[in-house]
Design a protein. Structure first.
Lengths: 146, 256
């Protein structure tokens, strides 16, 4: 007589459940189990409106890293970026805050430079471009200053 | 007039007494969770009872919840030309609200009622008294395995519900309504944060405690005879369903 194997059945259920939980945590929740691989680069902005921890950093539309922290320093926004290890950023690269679509979320775009010098871990991107304030732009247009 | 006030007072007193009784029951349960010996086989049996047997109903409700969300949201979002947000809207509403709440309601209806009836019948046929008279603690044998099993099972069922719902929505959005599959998933990854998933987890954990607490309590202190068991089964399902929705609102407003 075949005995009903309760441990197998329960184990099967627990496996499915834990797999689902892991899937949504890692895939959707971006929970980093393996510590952040990459190096830190800093950038100072006059205005970093809309940039949050976890915002995407792109070069030519390809995701190369994430925003690690946004802090205030000397009344300027100091943004710390975690860039993937295999991506090198030149010293004269330009970093700017861009918007996806007209009202989409904000992300950071790095335009590659031509310099030979590479920014080291903990280095700083000097050329920055702040977020475009859509309301300011519209009001300028309305009052005829453009 | 005096009679009326006295009646109100006695109602209030008995309500408070009942609440205190329920709370002592909960504390007792948690006390025995941490006191060995642990009844591991009973726990496995209850996990099967809560989890495996609820899988089919979770699969069905999850897939259709996701599908109907996709269908309704698609036509609403299209008015604003923002169909791209369909994926995140489905994922967020499933992970934050519908997954925990609907799976908890389903398990309450399927397993909670059966649990109350089972424990209630054990009470009226004096099996619980028999356990006590043999110096076996009925809390440890009947209540603790249920509590632990539902704490383990509810978050897992909610997660399965989320996944099934997201893929159900995917089928409708991509195959029926002609969205591109890339938009559906990539936007989802952008919008869903670990915070949202944690909130869903907290919710389903607390629902697990809530459901097994109420169902066990109602069965453990059931009334007399078959009528008493039927009454407490109904009460258990109704009370847990209502409390799930109320608690969902409170957790949501505190954690948001």
């Amino acid at each position: 007589m075949k005995r009903f194997d309760i441990e197998l059945v329960v184990g099967f259920f627990l496996l499915i459940g834990i797999l689902s939980l892991g899937y949504i945590s890692v895939k959707l929740g971006k929970l980093e189990i393996i510590g952040g691989s990459g190096y830190s680069v800093y950038a100072e902005f006059e205005k970093a409106g809309g940039i949050k921890v976890g915002s995407v950093v792109e070069i030519a539309g390809v995701e190369v890293g994430k925003v690690k922290s946004v802090k205030l320093k000397n009344y300027q926004a100091m943004v710390e970026l975690a860039i993937n290890k295999d991506v090198k950023i030149q010293e004269d690269a330009i970093i700017s805050v861009k918007t996806k679509g007209l009202i989409g979320e904000k992300y950071m775009q790095i335009t590659a430079g031509g310099s030979e010098k590479i920014i080291p871990d903990g280095g700083k991107i000097r050329e920055t471009e702040s977020a475009v304030d859509l309301e300011e732009l519209i009001s300028k247009y309305v009052f005829g200053k453009v | 007039m005096k009679k009326l006030i006295r009646k109100l007072g006695s109602w209030g007193l008995s309500a408070i007494r009942r609440m205190g009784h329920m709370f002592v029951f909960l504390i007792n349960t948690f006390y025995y969770i941490f006191i060995p010996p642990f009844k591991f086989n009973l726990l496995l049996r209850q996990i099967r009872f809560f989890g495996n047997k609820s899988l089919i109903v979770i699969l069905l409700t999850g897939s259709f919840a996701g599908m109907v969300l996709a269908l309704q949201l698609f036509y609403t979002l299209r008015k604003f030309g923002s169909e791209a947000l369909l994926g995140p809207a489905i994922a967020l509403s499933l992970i934050r609200e519908l997954g925990p709440v609907l799976s908890a309601l389903m398990v309450t209806g399927r397993a909670g009622s059966a649990l109350t009836a089972e424990i209630g019948i054990m009470r009226i046929t004096e099996q619980i008294d028999a356990l006590t008279s043999m110096a076996l603690n009925p809390m440890r044998y009947l209540i603790v395995p249920n509590m632990v099993a539902s704490i383990i099972v509810f978050p897992l069922l909610a997660a399965i519900f989320d996944i099934i719902g997201i893929y159900g929505g995917y089928v409708v959005a991509v195959d029926l309504l002609g969205m591109s599959s890339g938009t559906y998933f990539s936007q989802m990854e952008n919008f869903v944060d670990w915070e949202d998933i944690r909130m869903g987890l907290y919710k389903s954990l607390s629902f697990g405690v809530l459901v097994s607490w109420i169902c066990c309590y109602k069965g453990f202190y059931t009334g007399y005879g078959a009528e008493g068991v039927s009454k407490s089964t109904t009460e258990a399902v109704v009370t847990s369903s209502v409390l799930i929705l109320i608690w969902d609102y409170f957790v949501g407003s505190v954690l948001i």
